[in-house]
Design a protein around this ligand. Structure first.
Ligand SMILES: [Zn+2]
Length: 111
């Protein structure tokens, strides 16, 4: 059984007051976990402290990657999965964040 599109649209509209705050809080908690882990954990490759700078370096690289994709494929819609959440500013290691353990591990991904 398939629901008619207007019913789905109305259901989504009615759920927005719940979904939007949930998405906002979920994102803030994720950012807080990343920041805490980056401040507490040294780089697994070189042993130097990661800090917020590693998160910012990764954010900048991610934004540049997405901007490049949009420039190369104007009008295209992407389904992107971000794998790198920190880049060590000392050794340049790309690090994946493991949500379950709250730790960074080396990643072979570039963005
Ligand atoms: Zn490092």
């Amino acid at each position: 059984m398939r629901l008619p599109t207007p019913i789905i649209a109305v259901a989504l509209l009615l759920a927005l007051p719940v979904l939007l705050p949930y998405a906002f809080v979920s994102r803030r908690l994720h950012q807080r976990r990343l920041r805490s882990a980056a401040e507490a954990q040294p780089c697994p490759s070189c042993g130097r402290p990661l800090g917020v700078a590693a998160l910012q370096a990764s954010d900048e690289q991610w934004r540049a990657h997405v901007a490049e994709l949009h420039r190369a494929h104007p009008g295209a819609r992407f389904r992107l999965v971000r794998l790198v959440y920190a880049i060590c500013i000392t050794c340049g290691a790309h690090l994946h964040f493991r949500e379950a353990s709250g730790t960074f591990t080396p990643s072979k991904a570039t963005a």
